[in-house]
Design a protein around this ligand. Structure first.
Ligand code: AGP
Length: 596
């Protein structure tokens, strides 16, 4: 995730900015840059790691500046796409976190006015908009620029000859570090902790003017806001985790924002074809590993249901050695890292077989994005916990977008259905927040799972693969053997394993398989297996036959994997925590598996 830092005071700004940027490294980044007010505006930026870039940065005097670590979303990682951006006059510098949705239209408008762009990014429109509106007041120019954009931002800017840093936020965090005769602005408390523990949190829609001597906050209507600083007692490590005990939990809680960012722009683009290029196709093949494979399995149900397209799913490690059928389906490679060796080899094999390839990945500029015909980015932000959570949920969202796009192209969904499903998709961040609000209930309910050696996860239909993912999450971080099973298959073998020492986690949502699921749950209960049921809030029939029940919000059944997944992630997390496991770095596992 991108990081912002700004400083104004009496000391050498460059030292403080570089220290702040080092403290933001943990968030993940691909390039770094600073701008210093030092006898004019001096800017340095480059692609790569801080440790390699730092020795190459010139030393500039100057007690005010802004800096940035970029994690690419729009435009590949490169020196040109790194922040800060500077306007055509060379007087305004700006850094940004977030996504500007209407950047293409704004860019055209600005280019027609004569502005010259130097990058592929969405951010650059902001600095040119500021240039358009600048009449001697940096704050007024920033506010006017932001009024033109659709999207999300934490943004900081400065103008040569002006002793103020101006900043604003919408759906991206922004904090002010308050020193004595010096102040900082940052996207993250970690960046200011070396200077001060007194911070002012900037709220949604607010803008701020920061000078060495003071801070002035404005609300969205331009009225001044009075706010007292709070004292942060976090250590650096606490701050990196945003106050959460583990990165995994932090990332679980970031999912409403991750879904929102994944949807930003994409839903509107379904009709225009930007989400998925117009190509003739008769079948789809989804190829992936691990958690991404589970997302692909859910995708099969989504695509077949929305677009009525025959869809197959294959493990990348199997696909690459399979004989092939001579057919050339659209081949969708799903990989959060974009670097998984088996998935990359599968992408190459697919192209050899003459298939069009589409990558769904979270990492802009990753190897897979360079080796496929089309790319869709999930925009979940960097994930540090080895167990994928927010990248999985955004892979699911991508599957819905793909289903909607294919359904629209093939006219298997009419306009009303597309509108209805799009509206429901937009409510997912709210429903996920609703599940997160019930975390303490889930924490208590998992007590029945903690002592187990084996656990079965049962589901049907689209939630069969969701339960595969629930079981995988538990295995990875709690080291309990967990097996995802299609509930209808139970009687064909695994029923023999069930007894009072083998708990079952079972999902029964409001779809056409619910009654069958209730039957399957009764079968396992009759073998004395303790059952943790997950179903729609208020489902009394389910509650009556399970030992404990966790409710999820009622959503269209095709979207039920989204809230259900969050419950399953929390189950895995709390079981692992109660067992004292190493949650963020489970034994024997790596975040990105680059070997075969
Ligand atoms: C997810 O929790 C796992 N760490 C693992 O299964 C992962 O999904 C798999 O290695 C594939 O990774 P990718 O999405 O980066 O390709």
């Amino acid at each position: 995730m991108c990081g912002i830092v700004g400083y104004t005071g009496q000391r050498m700004a460059e030292d403080i900015l570089l220290d702040g940027l080092r403290r933001l490294e943990y968030r993940g980044y691909d390039s770094v840059g600073i701008a210093i007010a030092s006898d004019g505006l001096k800017v340095f930026k480059d692609k790569g790691e801080m440790s390699k870039i730092e020795p190459t940065i010139p030393r500039w005097d100057g007690s005010m500046g802004i800096g940035h670590t970029r994690w690419a979303t729009c435009g590949k990682p490169s020196k040109e796409n790194a922040h800060p951006f500077v306007d055509c006059t060379g007087r305004i510098a700006l850094v940004h976190n977030g996504i500007i949705e209407n950047h293409l239209a704004l860019r055209k408008e600005l280019e027609d006015e004569g502005h010259v762009f130097t990058s592929e990014t969405d951010t650059e429109v902001l600095v040119h908009l500021m240039e358009r509106y600048y009449e001697g007041d940096a704050h007024a120019a920033l506010v006017a620029a932001l009024a033109k954009v659709k999207g999300t931002y934490a943004v900081a800017a400065m103008v040569e000859g002006d002793d103020r840093i101006v900043a604003a936020r919408k759906e991206n965090p922004l904090v002010i570090g308050m020193g004595v005769g010096e102040n900082m602005v940052a996207s993250d408390v970690t960046a200011v902790l070396s200077l001060t523990s007194r911070v002012l949190y900037i709220m949604e829609g607010e803008s701020v003017i920061v000078t060495a001597g003071g801070v002035t906050i404005f609300d969205r209507h331009g009225s001044r806001v009075e706010r007292q600083p709070t004292t942060v007692t976090w250590t650096l490590e606490d701050a990196e985790k945003g106050g959460f005990e583990h990165y995994m939990l932090k990332e679980i809680y970031e999912q409403p924002t991750a879904i929102h960012n994944c949807l930003l722009g994409s839903l509107d683009e379904i009709d225009s074809g930007a989400v998925m290029p117009d190509i003739d196709l008769s079948t789809v093949k989804l190829v992936a590993c691990g958690t991404s494979y589970n997302a692909a399995m859910v995708g099969k149900y989504i695509i077949e249901s929305m677009a009525r397209l025959p869809t197959t799913v294959e493990l990348a490690s199997e696909y690459r050695y399979s004989p092939g059928t001579g057919e050339s389906p659209l081949t969708v490679l799903v990989t959060q890292s974009g670097e998984t060796a088996d998935t990359l080899a599968a992408a190459r094999e697919a192209r050899q077989r003459g298939c069009r390839t589409l990558a769904i990945t979270n990492v802009v500029g990753s190897t897979i994005s360079r080796e496929t015909d089309h790319v869709f980015y999930t925009n979940a932000g960097p994930e540090i916990g080895v167990a994928a959570t927010k990248t999985y949920i955004t892979q699911l969202i991508s599957m819905y977008l793909l289903g909607l796009r294919l359904g629209t192209m093939r006219q298997t969904l009419d306009r009303t259905e597309v509108r209805h499903l799009s509206t429901e998709l937009r409510t997912m961040p709210r429903h996920v927040s609703g599940v997160l609000d019930r975390a303490s209930e889930i924490e208590k309910a998992v007590d029945m799972l903690v002592p187990a050696r084996d656990i079965f996860y049962l589901g049907r239909n689209i939630n069969y693969p969701t339960m595969l993912e629930g079981a995988l999450k538990l295995k990875e971080i709690s080291y309990i053997h967990a097996e995802g099973y299609a509930a209808g298959e139970l009687k064909h073998g695994p029923l023999a394993l069930l007894d009072a020492s083998t708990p079952v986690v079972a999902a029964a949502v409001n779809d056409h398989t619910r009654d069958k699921m209730l039957g399957n749950i009764s079968e396992v209960a009759a073998r004395d297996s303790p059952v943790l049921g997950i179903g729609v809030e208020g489902d009394r029939e389910l509650a009556a036959i399970v030992d404990a029940m966790i409710g999820i919000p009622k959503v269209p059944s095709i979207l039920s994997p989204v809230p259900l997944t969050v419950v399953l992630q929390l189950i895995a997390y709390y079981v692992a925590r109660k067992k004292g496991c190493s949650i963020d770095k489970p034994r024997n596992l790596a975040k990105s598996v680059t070997v075969e």
